[in-house]
Design a protein around this ligand. Structure first.
Ligand code: HEM
Length: 420
């Protein structure tokens, strides 16, 4: 049974939306602070109120258009005339992808660089090595009777596995520091202030260290670091190495959301534990749909672009609402219900499901790390359900929807009882 068959059973309680020839404008001089205050719900709630799928705002003193739904996803992941250059605030860009990275390239240059990422991240043997490294580092931390948060357990294991996988060999002290910085790079991306500046500063230090390792040729042959450094100067290769390390560690946030879902829907752990591990990817996909992670992605129009009959002028920032699209009942009936039976699957062409972008991997800015994300999440869920017994003490598992990126407040604290 496909996702569409499943969804047909759900009530279609969606909002009817009109398609205006010009997009309505939110009243007010600038909406940056409102957007930060309302966080993940900003675009969806205004779309619902106005009965539209798109509206205009002023963001950081410039015109911007906010859109939701599969057609909006297709606009950002498949339409000519858009660029990622200038689309994100400077601090967000510098903490996440950074200047000179694949995400800032377009056309032939982008295709060529993206080809390297696809080669590194879609190869089964390479992915298996990453997952095995992650599992070994996860198991090495566990002791019976210990208290630990799933977020810390996952972050530490992911950072260790990612560093070795790319070809770095940091000593113990540097590894602990790297783990903190790699986590902070995505954790601070939605914030502005002294801690964000400190993380930017620390990121520069890590970049310099990686570039010096590359210049000294300290990396195994055939490793991602070696592949990247054959194709670009050490400084750019260091940025792209961080574009592998940082998001691999960020998968820990999804793993924490998965642990929260396992706790809240214990039937699934029982199922996985009794020989039905094949359903783990469906579970993880539903975690990716329901968890607030990337709220939006953004692009700039380089020329006038038509969307649902409305003209979006050249030089406009276009923001696609990932979270709102995933919680829109027209595309996901009863969107607030956690239902792995939806059988979501990133390999199917479904533009409504775009946690890491959508569209053609080679030619759009869709994330090349989806196979890795799914493999790492699935491995963590399997280890939580099938390799250990633990209890979840009383704690605050709530998720603040105006904290970007969001997380379960406690990080999901567990008390390990036994390791099988
Ligand atoms: C933690 C889970 C992840 C999330 C939520 C995520 C999210 C995203 C999103 C939304 C984009 C599209 C950005 C845009 O449209 O401008 C993207 C692009 C990208 N992601 Fe991920 N990602 C994740 C994991 C990974 C992993 C594991 C890797 C690599 C190891 C990775 C590497 C990249 C790269 C290199 C791009 C830029 C692609 C391009 O511009 O063509 N991501 N990611």
């Amino acid at each position: 049974m496909t996702r569409q068959d499943h969804e047909a059973f759900g009530p279609q309680d969606g909002v009817d939306v009109a398609i205006p020839a010009t997009l309505p404008r939110l009243p007010g001089l600038d909406h940056t602070l409102t957007m930060l205050r309302q966080g993940y719900d900003f675009i969806g709630s205004h779309c619902d109120r106005l009965g539209v799928d798109g509206f205009r705002i002023r963001l950081l003193g410039q015109d911007a258009v906010c859109l939701r739904g599969p057609e909006a996803a297709q606009l950002l992941y498949g339409t000519e005339g858009l660029t990622r250059k200038g689309a994100m605030p400077a601090t967000v860009l510098r903490l996440l992808q950074d200047k000179g990275s694949v995400q800032q390239l377009e056309g032939e240059e982008h295709r060529r660089r993206k080809g390297l990422f696809i080669r590194m991240l879609m190869d089964k043997d390479r992915l298996d090595r990453l997952v095995h490294g992650f599992e070994a580092a996860w198991r090495a931390q566990l002791r019976p009777d210990m208290d630990i948060t799933v977020m810390d357990l996952a972050n530490t294991a992911l950072a260790r596995a990612a560093c070795h996988w790319v070809g770095l060999s940091p000593n113990k002290r540097r590894m602990a520091r790297l783990t903190r910085i790699l986590f902070a790079m995505s954790d601070r991306a939605g914030h502005f202030g002294p801690a964000t500046l400190a993380t930017l500063w620390q990121r520069r230090g890590v970049e310099r260290w990686i570039a010096s390792e590359i210049r000294a040729g300290r990396m195994p042959e055939g490793s991602p670091m070696a592949i990247l450094s054959q194709d670009m100067p050490p400084k750019v290769a260091a940025v792209e190495v961080l574009n592998l390390l940082r998001p691999i560690v960020a998968v820990g946030r999804y793993i924490a959301f998965a642990a929260k879902a396992l706790h809240e829907h214990p039937i699934w752990c029982g199922l996985f534990n009794s020989g039905n591990a094949d359903y783990i990817p469906d579970f993880c996909e539903e975690v990716r749909r329901t968890s607030p992670f990337f709220p939006f992605t953004a692009a700039m129009t380089e020329r006038d672009v038509i969307w649902q009959g409305a003209t979006i002028p050249a030089g406009t920032r276009v923001i696609f609402d990932i979270h709102g699209t995933h919680h829109d009942s027209r595309f996901f009936p009863q969107p607030d219900r956690f239902r792995p039976e939806r059988m979501l699957d990133w390999t199917l062409d479904d533009p409504a499901f775009a946690p890491q972008g959508t569209g053609d991997l080679a030619t759009t800015h869709r994330c090349p790390g989806e196979a890795a994300t799914l493999a790492l999440m699935s491995s963590a869920v399997r280890m939580l359900c099938c390799e250990m017994r633990y209890e979840v003490p009383d704690q605050d598992l709530s998720v603040r929807m105006n904290r970007i990126p969001a997380q379960p407040a406690s990080g999901v604290r567990i008390r390990v009882q036994a390791i099988d």
